[in-house]
Write a protein that binds this ligand. Sequence first.
Ligand SMILES: [Zn+2]
Length: 503
Amino acid sequence: MGAKRCIIPLPRTKRARALLCALLAAALLLLLGVLLLGQREPALPPESAALRSAAEGLTGYDLTLRLDPEAGVLTCSQRVDFRNGTGDSLDTLTLRVYLNAFASEETSPAALEEIYDACYPGGFSPGYMELFDVTWQGEAASWRYADTAKTVLEIDVPAIAPGDGGALFLRWAAHIPACAHRTGYADGVWQLGNVVPLLSLYRDGAWRQDEYSPIGDPFVSECADFQVRLVLPDGYVPACTAFLSETAAGVWEGRALASRDFALCVSDRYETARAVAGDTLVSAYAFDKAGARRALDAAKKALETFEGLYGDYPWPAFSVCPVDFPFGGMEYPGLVMLAKGYFAADQRDSMELVLAHETAHQWFYALVGSDQVNDPWQDEALCEWAMLRYVRENYGQGSFDTLRHYRIDLPMQENIPGSLTPGSPIDYFGALADYSAVVYGRGAALLLALDEMLPGGADAFLRAYAEEFAFRFVTRAEFEAYLNGYAQMDLSPLATDYLDTIM
Ligand SMILES: [Zn+2]
């Protein structure tokens, strides 16, 4: 054995040794800093000037939410700073309490025979809302439910003139059903879509009171500003419309400007992957890291593709998370709930397609609102088209043609019973399969026709449409009027042919 050798000869003087130690310590600190910086979570980009300007003067929701998983209850102190932008004087405010539809099998959207067993594997489980305080400007306000399902909450207020406003306050406890649906608890995830009561849509002198149809997404609302504080037990993670940061142990805070809804999923099983795409922080959640990374890649790719096609995604955050439900996905502003099966490694391609459709809803639903009850084609057919366009952008014409065959041509040839057309309202449909073939598939054929007819194709039109109607709610009549102006010809007969003609 040879003698021990020191590679760096130690300095001889005390002072020089001290200097060397200091240098080594500084280098070590620098290295640690670099490592820590490298691992630091990407930060939330600032809200754009366009978003802040769109948010000005909107109704504001201030929510303090607390989830108690043991009790299965989400409680909330909810303040609504209402601005009367309706143009009419109002003596009632109408909010939608969709959760109450889950109280009985007669009204639950999850009790549709086609999906009942998937939604209620353990048998029926009721969900409902308990309301404790309702005040307007600090005074107790009288309220009632206007429908048997108790989803239409009417609150009496002293007349509010156009342009005026005030503060509505509610305190509630949402009892979450054991139900694999967009609202419910299933497989370790609190799937809390449509739980927060929102103002209904006011049009033509009345608040909308649409039934909670089990087929389609029967939700209509205006954009509003949400300020959120969410309290969760240790180990639980939220995926939601806003990006929430943990400001203290178990306290999550953030805001979503100019958003049509506020949805969230909470789980103690979620792993997270994050990256910035453009000016957006993309967060993907899954039950394992690899699944979260696959979802993150797909979400970024969809967001980037559609920003290229339809203009900027205006919010600073976008999230995708797994849920347990018998649908492919469900869109909310800034949040996509995706069926958990897609997070498996061998489902990567299917995940990409479903996520492309759901991400397109950020433009056609979240940014440009439309009547999802009476004109479901106006967001679904557009998103189906956008999904096909995603495929052409990323995988070429051959893949587009193949997918078009399955998603448009076959539905066009299918024998659908009854007098259903893509322009039908959701309550005409009795089966999910018919709804998807007619509204998505046949509806997208209109976009194919427009693509051949319009200068710059359908996408140039959709981009202009998204810019023109950003943060607004657009009727079919307004869509058609804008289309005719854009095309400089009357395309209403074409729209009637594709949307209202029985095949
Ligand atoms: Zn859709």
